[in-house]
Design a protein around this ligand. Structure first.
Ligand SMILES: [Cu+2]
Length: 274
């Protein structure tokens, strides 16, 4: 004979899980997704948001319920019941978080890998197995040996990023453009080689779901493909000094024609807007 309280607890648990999954899938707290990278990241965020909702509602619900249900009644000055140990319960509440955390850890690693996080950050890294496009491109800068792209594979647009207190500068080696605003065309891969002139900064575009440190003396590479036209903020995400909060720029994602127009207009002329 199953107790009513057991049935009620299981029903509430199932409702909680269904509710949490619904919230994770339907409540959208993130800004617009503007790079190929964003949907991958959002997939992980939805799962974490579901788990977070289930835990938050479940735990606070149980606390509030217990505060009311087991409160001290007027005139009751006795001790509480001396309860010691419950092995099945202890196994249960150790196993469940262990499984959840293991799942989150493995899944996060998978997402990070799919986002390219496991690739070497710097072109100084020695990869003897294959020479990636970024290494071909960035390895060739300065030595004039940029090789042609593999057929079928779109050659990424190389951009050199310099961070300093308190601005980002974008240099397009192909047109010798220097700009305080980043311009990129939709649907085209971009490879950025970033270096800092002074302290550690971080290049962050929430709409791209990308953040990468910019370090003095050790260039970092960031690859992405923008997907949605718009103007998005570039934010320095590493406390870098007194005006860190003002270290912002803009990335303009536009159609290839508009990008080409901007590129041709600024090509060979040096404009500094930072
Ligand atoms: Cu900064």
């Amino acid at each position: 004979m199953v107790k009513t309280s057991t049935i009620l607890s299981i029903s509430i648990g199932i409702l909680l899980i269904i509710g949490g999954v619904w919230v994770g899938q339907n409540v959208d707290l993130l800004p617009v997704d503007a790079s190929t990278n964003a949907p991958v990241y959002d997939e992980l965020f939805k799962v974490l948001f579901s788990i977070g909702t289930i835990l938050f509602v479940g735990i606070t619900g149980l606390v509030i319920y217990s505060l009311i249900k087991f409160r001290r009644r007027p005139g009751d000055s006795g001790d509480g019941q001396p309860i010691e140990g419950n092995l099945p319960l202890e196994i249960f509440w150790t196993a469940v978080p262990a499984i959840v955390i293991l799942f989150v850890g493995i899944y996060s690693y998978d997402i990070y890998d799919r986002m390219g996080g496991m690739q070497p950050l710097s072109n100084n890294a020695h990869n003897h197995h294959e020479m990636s496009t970024q290494q071909r491109l960035w390895g060739g800068i300065g030595s004039g040996s940029v090789s042609s792209s593999t057929p079928g594979e779109e050659e990424p647009i190389p951009i050199e990023v310099t961070a300093m207190q308190f601005a980002f500068l974008f240099h397009y080696p192909k047109g010798d453009i220097i700009s305080g605003e980043l311009h990129v065309p939709t649907g085209h891969p971009i490879t950025m080689r970033m270096e800092s002139k002074d302290v550690i900064h971080a290049f962050w575009v929430p709409e791209f779901r990308l953040k990468q440190d910019v370090i003095p003396g050790q260039p970092t590479i960031l690859n992405f493909t923008p997907t949605k036209p718009g103007r998005y903020p570039i934010i320095c995400a590493e406390l870098c000094g007194p005006y860190h909060g003002g270290m912002r720029s803009t990335v303009v994602v536009e159609g290839m024609d508009e990008y080409q127009e901007w590129f041709n207009k600024n090509s060979k002329t040096v404009e500094t807007t930072a």
